[in-house]
Write a protein that binds this ligand. Structure first.
Ligand code: AMP
Length: 217
């Protein structure tokens, strides 16, 4: 299965990707996670990407492309769920060509919808465990009582001003990508409201038909 997940920041792409991994046995490719680990490890790529990330802008496509390319190649062009890639039309076109060259087109493109207000509500209270990278929400998915507050960090780009910037970037740069897949009849809209389980039921309803290998993009 070759899947791509879309949705604004805070739509729950990472959480749903994790469920997809467990249920369908695919590997999660998150360009955001790959970039954050490059920043953490202070690599040359990480140093170049950091200023864009902390200000909520997109990292230049050639940098992100290298990460996506390497991850997809390592997986032998199959059994992956892309989260956060592609984010621009240029990236989507490159990805289509790259996958077509290896006869491995995307099979399912899911788009998780939530409102801007919901995004701000979710992200401003999101916290990450510094060791495990587990994601919590202080109100809706609080950390276990034995996790001290000092172990929780807030992503720099989860500050209200940066969230708004990320939403603008999403509307301007990434929504046209959704339209690109819609034109190819490939995009499936998923309502992102409700519990993680409820959203995953919708995801499953959308993905199960693609288990039969109907290639589209
Ligand atoms: P995410 O964790 O997916 O929200 O990504 C965090 C940040 O990483 C984004 O706000 C961008 O700065 C950068 N990033 C992740 N994926 C991409 C991409 N496909 N193109 C450009 N920048 C990206």
């Amino acid at each position: 299965m070759r899947i791509a997940l879309f949705g604004p920041p805070g739509a729950g792409k990472g959480t749903q990707a994790q469920r997809i991994v467990e249920h369908y046995g695919v590997t999660h490719i998150s360009t955001g996670n790959l970039l954050r680990s490059a920043v953490k490890n202070d690599t040359a790529l990480g140093r170049e990407a950091k200023p864009y990330m902390v200000s909520g802008q997109l990292v230049p496509s050639d940098l992100v492309r290298r990460l996506a390319e390497e991850a997809i190649e390592q997986l032998g062009f199959d059994r992956f769920v892309l989260d956060g890639y592609p984010r621009t039309l240029e990236q989507a076109q490159w990805l289509s060509d790259f996958l077509a060259q290896h006869d491995a087109p995307l099979e399912a493109v899911l788009s998780i919808d939530v409102t801007d207000d919901e995004v701000v509500r979710r992200l401003s209270r999101r916290r990450i465990h510094r060791e495990t990278n587990e994601t919590y929400h202080l109100d809706f998915n609080p950390p276990p009582p034995d996790v001290p507050e000092s172990d929780l960090i807030q992503r720099k780009d989860d500050q209200p001003e940066t969230i708004r910037k990320r939403l603008t970037v999403y509307t301007e740069e990434t929504q046209p990508v959704q339209a690109y897949y819609e034109e190819q009849g490939a995009a499936v809209d998923i309502a992102g409201t409700g519990s993680v389980d409820e959203v995953f039921e919708r995801v499953q309803a959308a993905l199960d038909p693609y288990k039969q290998d109907a290639s589209i993009a």
